[in-house]
Design a protein around this ligand. Structure first.
Ligand SMILES: Nc1ncnc2c1ncn2[C@@H]1O[C@H](COP(=O)(O)OP(=O)(O)OP(=O)(O)O)[C@@H](O)[C@H]1O
Ligand SMILES: [Mg+2]
Length: 355
């Protein structure tokens, strides 16, 4: 038997498959004859490691899909960096080369799968174009892919319209896996499915991840799906990350008022039971005419003068749990010290001048 390789180093966390630093993506839009610059993604950072699922959540228009499209170079970012396994995206020759490493599964397989092609051709294409695999190996690989997503070989001669929604999404997943990418971006992968199929597809994704060590960037409105398969969560509001951390920390102890409001609107099954509910005023304005400070300030019942002055920093709520809200940070610190030693309270008696 060969002995295991000897390393002098202590094990370090696996190298990230995807790193995003300060990503900004802008669109120019016309409104009443005037041109405006809309910043759909505004300074987003993220790190995704092998075998990990990072969920990106937030209301419609918060920039989730634009973030995904920027990572795949479907839209050119205005600023920031994307690294795939340490390699800058800008160094990739073209989009096709990016697709070898990062694949995408879309919300609605009806529009992402070519309706004229049979399933065999849909799965054959990435093997032929991206991997340049010879024909006999492609046929074998197609059968392996079908088995991996638990589809019968009878689907090979059918077209997408002849399949159920769940089967179509399995084809979408098989197509993404075909090139053995390092990471897959799942943009609302279960939104077009009924509730029972949704769970089955999520479990399939989780199993494939365990077997292959794939990393997922899961974009979803569905907090139940997030709780089921995501290890970590980032919450976005109008293009900015407002909170991030381990899924259970964020869903059970949401720190940012926006996350609290998002969870208050979610079904009981995902609501972690936090007690500080938040009612925001007005609608999400989208990334237009944002204030200088915290983007949520105009809608936030907790907002103070300082929130409007400058953009709040990411503050630690314990471990890797971060949120950009100094007000709730202070509240949580006060709660902790109130439940802590009474001695501390005696050392700092109420000072009537100290308001
Ligand atoms: N091609 C585009 N041209 C102009 N504006 C765009 C374009 N794509 C997106 N936007 C705008 O950018 C903002 C973010 O959109 P995006 O689609 O990324 O949000 P999202 O979080 O994915 O929303 P949803 O949950 O509805 O999918 C929105 O205000 C949207 O209108
Ligand atoms: Mg979207």
């Amino acid at each position: 038997m060969t002995p295991p390789p000897v390393t002098s180093q202590t094990p370090t966390p696996a190298e990230p498959v995807l790193e995003v630093d300060g990503l900004c993506t802008e669109f120019t839009v016309r409104s009443r004859g005037l041109r405006h610059t809309l910043r759909a993604v505004d300074g987003v950072d993220l790190v995704l490691r092998p075998g990990e699922t990072l969920a990106v959540v937030g209301e419609s228009g918060s920039g989730k899909s634009t973030l995904a499209r920027s990572i795949l170079r479907l839209v050119e970012p205005a600023a920031g960096r994307v690294l795939v396994s340490g390699r800058p995206l800008a160094d990739y020759r073209d989009r096709r080369e990016v697709y070898r490493d990062v694949q995408m599964v879309f919300q609605d397989p009806r529009s992402s799968l070519d309706p004229r092609q049979r399933i065999r051709a849909i799965l054959d294409e990435p093997l032929r174009l991206h991997l340049r695999m010879p024909a006999e190996r492609r046929e074998r690989r197609i059968r392996e892919l079908l088995a991996a997503v638990e589809l019968p070989e009878t689907v090979l001669d059918r077209r997408p319209a002849a399949l159920s929604g769940g089967q179509r999404q399995r084809v979408g997943i098989a197509r993404a896996l075909a090139v053995e990418p390092r990471a897959v971006i799942l943009d609302e992968p279960t939104a077009s499915l009924d509730a029972s199929t949704r769970g089955v597809v999520l479990d399939l994704l989780a199993r494939l991840q365990r077997e292959t060590g794939l990393a997922y960037l899961l974009i979803s409105h569905d907090l139940q799906a997030v709780r089921r398969i995501a290890h970590r969560v980032q919450v976005m509001y109008v293009g900015r990350v407002v909170e991030s951390g381990a899924t259970e920390d964020v869903l059970r102890h949401p720190a940012h008022p926006y996350t609290r409001a998002l969870l208050d609107a979610a079904p009981v099954a995902v609501h972690g039971g936090h007690t500080r509910t938040v009612r925001l005023s007005g609608e999400n304005p989208g990334p237009f005419d944002l204030p200088a400070g915290c983007a949520l300030a105009p809608r936030c019942p907790l907002a103070e003068e300082s929130c409007r002055a400058g953009r709040p920093p990411q503050l630690s709520f314990g471990g890797t749990h971060l949120a950009a809200c100094p007000v709730t940070h202070r509240q949580v610190a006060a709660d902790l010290s109130a439940t802590g030693s009474e001695r501390r309270e005696k050392e700092h008696p109420d000072d009537p001048d100290d308001q």
